[in-house]
Design a protein around this ligand. Structure first.
Ligand code: AMP
Length: 387
């Protein structure tokens, strides 16, 4: 009997545990909160990730450890790695916790990135804004997610407010200024690398964000084959450089046919949730296969899929459950503004059918604004070749 330990007990750990059941796996989830929603499906150890005794208790009960949450302190991951195998490795985790280190690595690997600068003081911010130009975005280097810890500087008049909002964090989590990319679209590559170095990607995903939070994903994204090849080559270069094991997502901006890397997430990713029903093997199952050294599963798409995120509260499930190819995911969390509480995936064999289903669900739930960009993209859809 193999027990997989997961640091972080949110919806990602929950979906990992659900996907591991057919593989005969057991799980132990560690989280700082006793309400962690993965605890509804797997034993939960409540503890602080910095508590050496709690980490030792966790390590004693599991065969391998992984993460549902990238902000587990890298030192805790290193401590754990002295006792049990930890995937992805703590150095890869540490690098992807820091936007500056991440972008520096991307640039070293020849992956285009928006202009960026390390910001340690107000004077540096002024100089970097003058250099990079407006609009630009001030972000925390660490601990930011889903658009949190970010301030958009539209013009020079916003610099005071940006420093007011984030300047105090320059000495703790650090700050980075990035040029604003007027992208045509956002895409992500969800990739998996096994313990033997085997590497696979799912077909690219097209993503739409609202206020910095993922709202909808469409897969396979219809992108030109050379763009898809480049995106996959970037993901492979990163995985190989970091000796990465497991699933990760590389978020990319696409502008005038050119790709610019935004960030990588060292874990299963929201833009890969469609793979549960829309791919031969889901990102969750393949992550488990990877960290356990099992053969990786086929990442091919089964038709076309659209994922809609439910933020704050869950809408009525009936229209989705009532739709052929409709799948409902309730994370078992209490409602809270800005919180990801569930998602739905609509799947179909053909883009036209998916568009009809999406339109029907959007109308029934009053989600026109959420589905409109996906429908627009679907209307010009050409089935891409899976990379
Ligand atoms: P992040 O937390 O970096 O993934 O940012 C969340 C979202 O904010 C991204 O998915 C984009 O929609 C937007 N965003 C972040 N950085 C930039 C940028 N440099 N240029 C344009 N949009 C951005």
């Amino acid at each position: 009997m193999t027990t997989v330990g997961i640091l972080g007990g949110g919806q990602l750990a929950r979906m990992l545990a659900l996907s591991g059941a057919p593989l005969g796996l057991r799980f132990l989830v560690m989280d700082t909160s006793e309400d962690a929603c993965a605890g509804q499906f797997a034993p939960l150890l409540v503890g602080d990730y910095r508590d050496a005794a709690a980490l030792a208790r966790f390590a004693a009960q599991v065969d391998v450890a992984t993460f549902d949450f990238e902000n587990v302190p890298a030192d805790s991951a290193r401590q754990l790695a002295t006792r049990i195998p930890v995937f992805p490795n703590p150095d890869a985790l540490a690098l992807s916790q820091d936007r500056l280190a991440e972008k520096t690595l991307f640039r070293e690997l020849g992956i285009p990135v928006p202009p960026f600068a390390d910001i340690a003081s107000r004077a540096q911010l002024d100089a970097a804004v003058a250099d990079i130009g407006t609009p630009c975005i001030l972000k925390t280097r660490r601990l930011g997610y889903d658009g949190k810890g970010q301030f958009r500087i539209r013009s020079l008049a916003d610099v005071d407010a940006a420093w007011e909002a984030l300047g105090a964090q320059a000495g703790s989590v650090g700050l980075i200024l990035e040029g604003f990319v007027a992208f045509d679209r956002e895409i992500s590559v969800v990739a998996v690398r096994g313990r033997d170095g085997g590497f696979r990607t799912w077909p690219l995903t097209g993503n739409w964000h609202v206020d910095g939070v993922l709202s909808a994903s469409l897969a396979p994204a219809s992108v030109a084959p050379e763009i898809a090849d480049t995106a996959v080559a970037h993901a492979r270069a990163i995985a190989e450089r970091l000796d990465y094991v497991g699933v990760f997502a590389l978020e990319l901006f696409c502008r005038d046919g050119q790709l610019l890397a935004n960030e990588m997430a060292p874990r299963v990713h929201n833009s890969g949730h469609w793979t549960i029903e829309g791919a031969e093997t889901s990102q969750f199952e393949n992550h488990l296969r990877a960290v356990l050294g099992l053969p990786l599963g086929d990442t091919g798409a089964r038709g076309v899929a659209c994922m809609l995120n439910w933020i704050g509260t869950l809408p009525d499930a009936t229209p989705v459950l009532d739709t052929p190819g409709g799948h409902w995911h309730d994370y078992g969390k209490s409602p809270r503004a800005g919180r990801k509480v569930g998602h739905a995936t609509l799947r179909a064999d053909a883009p036209e059918t998916l568009a009809e289903r999406l339109q029907a669900v959007g109308d029934a739930l009053g989600r026109e604004s959420q589905v409109a960009p996906v429908l627009q993209r679907l209307s010009g859809y050409e089935q891409p070749d899976a990379p």
